[in-house]
Design a protein around this ligand. Sequence first.
Ligand code: ZN
Length: 374
Amino acid sequence: MKEDYYEILGISKDASSAEIKKAYRKKAIEFHPDKNPGDAKAEEMFKKAAEAYEVLSDPNKKARYDQYGHQAFDGAGGFSGGGMNMEDIFSQFGDIFGGAFGGGGGFSGFSGFGGGGQRRMKGSNLRIRVSLTLEEIANGVEKKIKVKRKKQAQGTTYKTCTTCNGSGQVTRITNTILGRMQTSSACNVCGGSGQIIDSKPPNADANGMLMTEETISVKIPAGVVDGMQLKVSGKGNEAPGNGIAGDLLVAIEEKVHPTLQREGDNLHYDLYISFSEAALGTSKEIDTVTGKVRIKIDEGVQSGKILRLRNKGIPSINGYGSGDLLVHVNVWTPKSLSKEQKEFFEKMANDPNFIPKPETDDKSFFEKVKDMFS
Ligand code: ZN
């Protein structure tokens, strides 16, 4: 049974939108993960409150919820609940924590506490994608990435917030049916930082910030995997005042290689050889992530044979060795034959050398499989 959204926020069903917002703000501060590091229960409450606010702050969703309860959001197109991630939640905060530093968004809420109970604003994280070739992944690469990020404008000055006298907190005493209650919450004039802007350059925004474009060098270690995310600390948006800059999150994308297929740290290569090459033996040039290499194919090679080139795969991201390159031999059977060729093969059809004898192969099928994964 899902908990009632009103109960989660601790409000009555006839709460005004201002009261809903206020109640959520209080819960969000109380259960904020920065304030409760490693506390799974607090995180759960934080998410529940966000979900409740998501519904109750939207007049349409609220009306549906009031009429049908949680069932209103089950099924297609509904708000399935429990599905909010931290990012969604933090993106609400521009709206919720709009004080002197709010409005423009760009902050992911608070991070930690400074001296005297002040909160330091935290700049939001930036996300970018980097597309890498298999060769770059195998060898590691340094990428120069252009990033648009908010930075504090030079010359911005701050003064102590007069509403909270720089403490970042305001204490309120309210009369409830349970008696007088003292609650303290972040000052909504300074957003809890204890400071407000004194002066700023004309080109800066209301928070004393400037949008800048910067080229950031990102070292990508060998062995990264598609979908992996690297963090460059402090290279996200900066925050006003004595705030902490967010991080730059670099999502790795792997480009499709024309001839090599990756499977973990191993690589696969499909080699096609002719009928004659299989019978007579040959040597072939193949692609590897460190350039082309020539490999020898023994005479009498069977289609399906796998040749293992040790350590020619992708280095392990943990630094323990490298994968292998597995070359799959495919014998190409001609699709059309001339009259003479047909006669030749007909003549050979019953030749003992042309009759398959898989059991005379030096290794059994199971030994071959065992070999592949050893
Ligand atoms: Zn204040």
